[in-house]
Design a protein around this ligand. Structure first.
Ligand code: C5P
Length: 235
C-alpha cells in the first residue's frame, strides 16, 4: 500500500463492514474465505486491476481494521489501497470511505465486498460510462425467475412482468460531486447509492452487468463462487 495518491482520478470505495449473518456464524463476511482467500481480496483485486481505477478505499469492520490492513498489505495491487473504519450501515460505511479522498479524484465507484468475482471489464465499463458523461451509472442483469408482488398481509398478488425488470449490481459509478451531495443531503432508507442519487433528481444510466458479479449472501453462493474461481484457474 502507498500514500502517494496525488495523480488519482478514479477511486473505488468498497463497503466491507457488514456482518454477513445470512452466511451463518463466523468472521465478518468480507473476511470469509473463498478457495482459501478472503472474499475482500478478490473484490479489491478486480477493482485495482481496471486500467481506469487509481485508488481503492476499503471500509472495514472497525474491530478488524488492523487485520484488514495487514491482509491487504501482503497483496500486490495495481492501484493505491487504503483502509478506513466502516459504520453501522452500508451508507455510513460509504460516507466514511468518501472522507479524505484525494482532491483530484473526480469519479467514484462504489462496490460491495460481497460481490468478489465482478469481472474487471464490468468495472471498466462503469467507470468509462461516468467518464463519458453519465453522472450515475449502474450495472444491471435480467431476472430469471417469475416475479410476483405480495400485499401487506403477505397474500399473493399479481405476477409482475419480468421483461421490464432488471437486478442492479455493483460497482455503481458516480461523479464525485453527485455522490458527495447524495451522502450529505439524502437520508432515505435505500439499499444502494444510485437510489440516493436518484432522489436528488439525477438520472441513472444502466450498462450491462455480469452474472459473475453476483452477491455472496447465502451458503449456496459460496459453493457457486468457489466453482467460478476453480474454472478461472484452469483457463
Ligand atoms: O448487507 P448487504 O449484503 O446489503 O451488504 C452489502 C455490502 O455493504 C457488503 O459488502 C457489506 O460488507 C457492506 N456493509 C458495510 N457496512 C455495514 C453493512 C454492510 O460496509 N454496516
Amino acid at each position: 500500500m502507498s500514500d502517494d495518491v496525488t495523480r488519482a482520478r478514479v477511486a473505488a470505495l468498497v463497503p466491507a463492514a457488514g456482518r454477513g449473518e445470512r452466511l451463518g456464524p463466523g468472521a465478518p463476511k468480507a473476511l470469509r474465505e473463498l478457495a482459501g482467500t478472503p472474499m475482500l481480496v478478490y473484490a479489491v483485486k478486480a477493482l485495482a486491476s481496471s486500467p481506469l481505477v487509481d485508488v481503492v478505499v476499503v471500509a472495514a469492520p472497525s474491530e478488524h481494521i488492523d487485520d484488514v490492513r495487514a491482509l491487504l498489505d501482503r497483496q500486490e495491487f495495481s492501484a493505491d489501497v487504503s483502509v478506513v473504519a466502516g459504520g453501522e450501515t452500508r451508507s455510513e460505511s460509504v460516507a466514511r470511505a468518501l472522507i479524505g479522498l484525494p482532491d483530484d479524484v473526480d469519479v467514484v465507484l462504489v462496490h460491495d465486498a460481497a460481490r468478489p468475482l465482478v469481472p474487471v471489464e464490468t468495472v471498466t465499463a462503469v467507470a468509462s460510462a461516468v467518464r463519458g458523461g453519465h453522472p450515475a451509472v449502474v450495472p444491471v442483469v435480467p431476472l430469471v425467475d417469475t416475479i410476483r408482488s405480495f400485499n401487506e398481509d403477505d397474500a399473493i398478488g399479481p405476477t409482475v412482468s419480468r421483461d421490464r425488470l432488471r437486478a442492479v449490481q455493483t460497482p455503481q459509478g458516480f461523479t464525485r460531486d453527485v455522490l458527495q451531495r447524495a451522502h450529505a443531503e439524502v437520508d432515505a432508507p435505500v439499499t444502494d447509492d444510485a437510489g440516493m442519487v436518484e432522489s436528488l433528481g439525477i438520472p441513472v444510466h444502466a450498462v450491462a452487468g455480469h452474472e459473475e458479479a453476483f452477491k455472496v449472501t447465502r451458503p449456496l453462493d459460496v459453493i457457486l463462487a468457489e466453482s467460478v474461481i476453480a474454472r478461472r484457474r484452469v483457463r
